[in-house]
Design a protein around this ligand. Structure first.
Ligand SMILES: Cc1ncc(COP(=O)(O)O)c(C=O)c1O
Length: 389
């Protein structure tokens, strides 16, 4: 049996995989079993922030791995404490809880918001508003938070206490907040899995005005948008607002599993020992890698991200067959006249890995993709999308 057949025999059929075995990678280039080269414009869904086997990150991880790989949270370890310190210094947040994935980072955010609201306003004020078309994870509670019925149907009953607002619809938001039972509002600044759809500044402002007025907890799910992806360290910095909770994962670990839930001053005292925990959370190897990643996302890199974003946008917008380019920074969603599945598979044939979000082509290249590699990929994507020929 070859690898694909063995996968099909032994792995639970939860994934629709592309017909490609990635054997190795370096920077923004991936190689299959036959040695065919691909420019990776998807980075494992916004995870490999500095591409494959990045030297500096690999060294940080390897040094930690050969020193101390795990202790549990019964003891102090330096990488975990230093990473929490750096995250707080660079975001203005006050406290961090570490976990292993985006869904877990959101679970922690939901627990923090529920406890804050219940202890101040009573157990009845417990509804968390999320947005239609959002994506917050695959656990039963984060599925409930995910505002897409298609993900819910086979797994009922889900965790109670969620209600959904149409993204960018201020009237809907106001009506649901006015019911008086809202503990928190949870949202992605740019809906990733939902089709790379940014929230409008007006809608975000209204979320924060209402939250201020009624002491509602704002939860920014920055699992995908965080860690430089949108051209600022975190997407909330693009909107000039300060969420009460920021959850993140993906790019923070650079390819190792790490989730983080950042709590503002307002929620800094919400948890006491015993309230929450994770055996692997804050693992020293993952945290040493993340320290390396986070300290390299500086102003110079962020401005390169924005320049590359502009370049991709203008190249694609000038292509016949491309009708829109949405998103921020290096998180872009492209609407094409040709069916997206056709484009994804033709790009792969021609040596470029791209993915989709709903019916859009989604680009999530490495934050440091070299300009020459990027322009090669963009030329191929343009010619695949082009309907002129
Ligand atoms: C915005 C957002 N939140 C949460 C998640 C879930 O993250 P994980 O798959 O690491 O649990 C994702 C994953 O795509 C995401 O994009």
């Amino acid at each position: 049996m070859n690898l694909k057949e063995t996968d099909s025999k032994y792995l639970a059929h939860t994934y629709g995989r592309f017909p490609l075995v990635i054997k190795e990678g370096k920077g923004s280039l991936a190689y299959d079993e036959e040695g065919k080269e691909y420019i990776d414009m998807a980075t494992g869904i916004a995870v490999n922030a500095f591409g494959y086997s990045d030297e500096s990150w690999t060294q940080a991880v390897t040094e930690q791995l050969t020193t101390l790989q795990h202790t549990s949270n019964l003891y102090y370890t330096e990488p975990c404490v230093k990473l929490a310190e750096l995250l707080c210094e660079r975001t203005g947040m006050s406290k961090v809880f570490f976990s292993n994935s985006g869904a877990e980072a959101n679970e922690c955010a939901i627990k923090a918001a529920r406890k804050y609201s219940a202890s101040k306003y009573g157990a009845e004020r417990n509804v968390i508003l999320t947005l239609r078309n959002s994506f917050h994870g695959r656990t039963i509670t984060t599925l409930a938070a995910t505002g897409q019925d298609a993900f819910h149907n086979d797994f009922l009953p889900l965790t109670q206490g969620f209600d959904y607002v149409e993204a960018n619809n201020i009237n809907d938001l106001e009506a649901k907040v006015e019911r008086g039972n809202v503990a928190a509002i949870m949202f992605e600044f740019v809906q990733g899995e939902g089709g790379v759809m940014p929230l409008t500044q007006e809608f975000v402002n209204r979320i924060f005005e209402l939250s201020e007025k009624y002491d509602i907890v704002t939860i920014a799910d920055e699992v995908q948008t965080g860690n430089g992806r949108t051209g600022k360290l975190y997407a909330f910095m693009n909107y000039g607002v300060a969420p009460d909770i920021v959850s993140t994962a993906k790019g923070l670990g650079g390819g190792l599993p790490l989730g983080a839930t950042l709590l503002s001053e307002k929620l800094s005292g919400v948890f006491v020992p015993g309230d929450h925990g994770s055996t692997f959370g804050g693992n020293p190897v993952c945290c040493a890698g993340a320290l390396n990643i986070l300290s390299r996302i500086d102003d110079a890199l962020l401005s390169e991200i924005n320049e590359k974003s502009q370049y991709i946008r203008s190249e694609l917008m000038n292509t016949k067959g491309v009708t829109s380019v949405d998103g921020m920074g290096l998180m872009l969603g492209i609407t094409t006249e040709k069916p997206v599945d056709e484009i994804v598979s033709e790009c792969m044939n021609r040596g470029v890995l791209v993915i989709k979000a709903k019916q859009k082509l989604r680009l999530l290249p490495a934050l440091n993709i070299p300009m020459e590699t990027l322009s090669k990929a963009v030329e191929i994507i343009k010619s695949v999308c082009n309907t002129e020929v």
